[in-house]
Design a binder for this molecule. Sequence first.
Ligand code: NCD
Length: 304
Amino acid sequence: MRHLIDIMDLNVEEIQELIDVANDIIANPDDYAEKCRRKKLATLFFEPSTRTRLSFEAAMYELGGNVLGFSEAQSSSAAKGESVADTIKTVGAYADIIAMRHPKEGAPMVASMRSDVPVINAGDGGHNHPTQTLTDLLTINRVLGHFDNITIGFCGDLKFGRTVHSLMNAMSRYENVKYVLISPDELKIPEYLRYNLLEGHNIEYVETQDLESVMPELDILYMTRVQRERFFNEQDYIRLKDSYILTPEKLENAKKDMAVLHPLPRVNEISTAVDSDPRARYFEQVKNGKFIRMALILKLLEVE
Ligand code: NCD
C-alpha cells in the first residue's frame, strides 16, 4: 500500500506518469467517469481549505466515487481529545482512501503509519503540501512543456509556506534548475531546507529582498501569501504581510512567456489587475488541481 506524505515519495518517472494521466483525463474525461465506482474518499480537514478539499472531492466524484469527511476539527471527535491514530483507524473502516490536512507537522505521516488505507497529506502545518506540488508541476508542464533549464522565483513567505517547501524539493531533481528566493529576512527558507536541499544537492540559488531586480531572469514566478496562522505575534504579521505586491507595472520587465503561479488563496500579494495578463496562470492552476488529484487517486487505489 502506498501513501503520499512527501512529494519525494514519488520518483520523477511516477510524477511524469501522473502528469500523463492527468493530461489524458483532460482530453478524455468520459473514459474515467466510472473508474472509482463504489469507492469512497474521506477528506479529514483539521485546518481551513477551499481548493484542496473541494478539488479532492470533485476529483472523486468525477471518477464515479463518493466522498465523506469533515472540514473542521471542531466537528470531529478530535474536539473530544481523540488521537489522530484512532481517528484514522476509524475512518479506514468506512473509506478506501484518505486525504488529511492538519496544523501539526508530521500528523499525516503518523496517520499513515496506523492506517489500513492510503493516506494523502493535504498539507501539514508549515511543512509540506505534496498535492499542491503535483498541481504546480502539471501547470508548469502544460505551460512550458519541460522542467529542465528553468529559473524559478519563489516570492513571499518562504519560511512557513509549505507549498514552497514541497515544490523546491520536487524541482531539485531536474537538470539545471536555478532558484531565486525572494523574501524579507524574517521569512527566508528554513535552515533545514537550506542545508539538506539547497546546499546538500548543490543547487544554484540566490536570495534577495528585491523582486523587481530579478524579474527579467524568471521563467516561473511562484507568489505566496504570508502565512498569518503560523505567526506567534500579530504585529510581525502586520509588518510583513504586504512585503510584495505584484502589479502590472512590476511585470513590465518580465519575460513575455513567464508564468505567474500562486497556490492561492491570495490576500494582497497579486493585484487583481494582473489577472487579465496572459502570464497569470493561477486560475488555470486551480483547474489542474482536480485533474492531477484524479490521477493520484487512481494510482494509490491501483485502478487500471
Ligand atoms: C496553500 C496551503 O494551504 O498551504 N493553499 C492551497 O492548498 N492551495 C497555500 C496557502 O494557504 O497560502
